[in-house]
Design a protein. Structure first.
Lengths: 268, 275
């Protein structure tokens, strides 16, 4: 066996996994110890082991709900991305349009979705569609603001070069503005992916849809009514893991797209 | 011994650039450039030399058509810049920074002006290869800009200028950010390109030595307000090599420009405080 040049624990890639894992082990260990040591009842604080056991035994129901929540989140995220990019393109085509409409984008952002959700749920009959709209509204703004900023963040000399060489508006857009905007766009995606999940959970809470269309938020509500706290924690764990997976997915996509050239993704 | 030629700068050669009392005043009233008259003959190498704020970049950008003069006119081969293409002539501009697209490889960057002009891919590819060979980067066709040194990025920028087969090359302090050794190397190569490609070059710099080394004529400028102070002919034969830089003639020219620069800044003493 040939010894590696760098010891395993000194490699940044390994550290990125091992260090957070150590924190998790310490925290979970302390949690488990406290619960057993103080003999806390599971309807107040379930131990991590009980939580995982509940997750396994209740997985048929929880798994179905997980799929529902993921479906709403992903659909909302896609809608927000497409819509956000289109709106940004409109904004950079005309300053007047941006000046006229940007305050409303802000308005949309600052209005709490919990306050708007009941209206949307009344107006839109299809429960899935109404929840997707809610979540998309939450996730929209970072994509608009980041992509607009990116499309405008063009090296002025490079822009002069394009102008001097008789580039058309379209050529400038596709060859210069879009690539320049990519780092900002991916920054927006990272924020929005998390917001889409939050939006989906909030929408589920408000809609309170049960039955086969029940998402994880509904499971949390139900478990709360029944004081089934371990199940509540299990559902919570699934939501958090979904969020982490989304974030990791976006980070991966960003690295794929920018890794070769952009300072934010180039490993030194 | 290589026979050294004297370059004939007879005023009868066709004018490539004519600046006719062009001036630039910004809307806030700042006069960036007082009326300037300048004539650059076809095939000539002219340097605009001066401290920052003297309007040398402004003048160059007016020649390139990137800035419109507030008053006066700029003609290239007796036509306004916008009609240059009709005469079958082209200009290329090299910025102070390499100004490359960081997401695109060297080839794509050099091919950009051809792509924008819809030159067929096969033909464009051949010309890119040729331009990269001219600047000695044939082996780096697939590298990304960030993988190259500052000097190499500047070579890419020059290749991108040469790929259009320009008649007029405008350079805005292109080697200002490079170290002394790299800068001198690129100066030498630029002289080679000027001769082999039969270019007309207008070169902006704040380095007296670079101006004397490169050009046939130095246009001395001063700041506040930006203006032309003097034109100095560098009547020395090409090719110029490192020997020229240590010759008494070189020092004499450098001294003369230095004196002229000092005199010009003394004429506006009230501006020295914030200079």
């Amino acid at each position: 066996m040939s010894a590696p040049a760098v010891p395993l624990l000194e490699r940044p890639r390994v550290q990125r996994v091992v260090y957070p894992l150590l924190v998790a082990i310490v925290v979970l260990g302390a949690w488990q110890g406290l619960v057993t040591g103080l003999d806390l009842p599971p309807y107040l604080v379930p131990s991590p082991i009980l939580m995982v056991r509940t997750l396994v035994t209740d997985f048929p129901a929880l798994g179905r709900s997980l799929l529902v929540t993921i479906e709403i989140t992903v659909l909302a995220f896609l809608v927000a991305t497409v819509l956000g990019v289109l709106i940004s393109f409109l904004f950079v085509q005309s300053r007047a349009l941006e000046t006229a409409l940007f305050p409303y984008a802000v308005l949309l952002q600052v209005t709490p979705i919990v306050a708007v959700a009941p209206l949307i749920i009344i107006w839109v009959r299809n429960p899935t569609a109404s929840m997707v709209i809610c979540a998309a509204l939450v996730a929209l703004f970072p994509i608009i603001s980041n992509t607009t900023l990116g499309l405008r963040s063009v090296d002025p000399d490079l822009q002069s070069y394009f102008t001097m060489n008789g580039a058309t508006r379209m050529q400038s857009l596709w060859r210069l503005r879009v690539p320049s905007a990519l780092p900002y766009f991916f920054g927006g995606l990272r924020i929005s992916s998390g917001l889409a999940l939050i939006g989906a959970v909030v929408a589920e809470f408000v809609a309170g849809t049960g039955g086969t269309g029940a998402g994880l938020a509904y499971q949390i509500l139900q478990a709360g009514f029944q004081l089934n706290i371990p199940r509540m924690f299990a559902a919570l764990l699934l939501i958090s893991l979904t969020g982490v997976a989304l974030f990791a997915g976006m980070a991966w996509a960003s690295r794929r797209a920018l890794g070769a050239w952009h300072a934010s993704e180039v490993s030194t | 011994m290589i026979p050294k030629e004297r370059v004939d700068l007879s005023a009868t050669a066709e004018a490539a650039v004519e600046v006719l009392s062009a001036e630039k005043t910004y809307p806030n009233g700042t006069q960036a450039l007082q009326p300037v008259d300048l004539r650059v003959a076809e095939g000539e190498f002219v340097t605009l030399l001066g401290p920052s704020g003297c309007g040398k970049s402004t003048l160059l950008k007016m020649i390139a058509g990137l800035l419109a003069p507030t008053d006066g006119r700029v003609l290239l081969w007796r036509k306004p810049v916008a009609q240059l293409k009709d005469g079958g002539r082209r200009l290329a501009f090299v910025f102070q920074a390499p100004t490359l697209m960081p997401w695109a490889g060297v080839t794509t960057n050099v091919r950009l002006p051809l792509d924008l002009a819809h030159v067929p891919r096969d033909e464009a590819q051949g010309r890119v290869g040729e331009a990269l060979r001219l600047v000695g980067l044939g082996r780096f066709a697939h590298a990304l800009p960030r993988a190259l040194s500052g000097g190499m990025q500047m070579r890419v920028s020059i290749a991108r200028a040469l790929v259009t087969h320009p008649n007029l090359l405008l350079m805005d302090e292109p080697f200002g950010a490079l170290d002394e050794i790299t800068r001198h190397k690129l100066d030498l190569e630029l002289l080679g390109l000027w001769r082999s490609q039969r270019l007309t070059i207008v070169f902006v710099t704040h380095s007296i030595h670079e101006a004397v080394f490169l050009s046939q004529r130095v246009v001395m400028m001063a700041a506040r307000p930006g203006r032309v102070v003097e034109e100095v002919r560098i009547d020395e034969p090409y090719p110029r090599g490192p020997d020229f830089m240590v010759s008494p003639e070189f020092s004499r020219y450098a001294k003369r420009l230095q004196d002229s620069l000092l005199r010009a800044s003394r004429e506006a003493p009230e501006d020295e405080a914030d200079a």
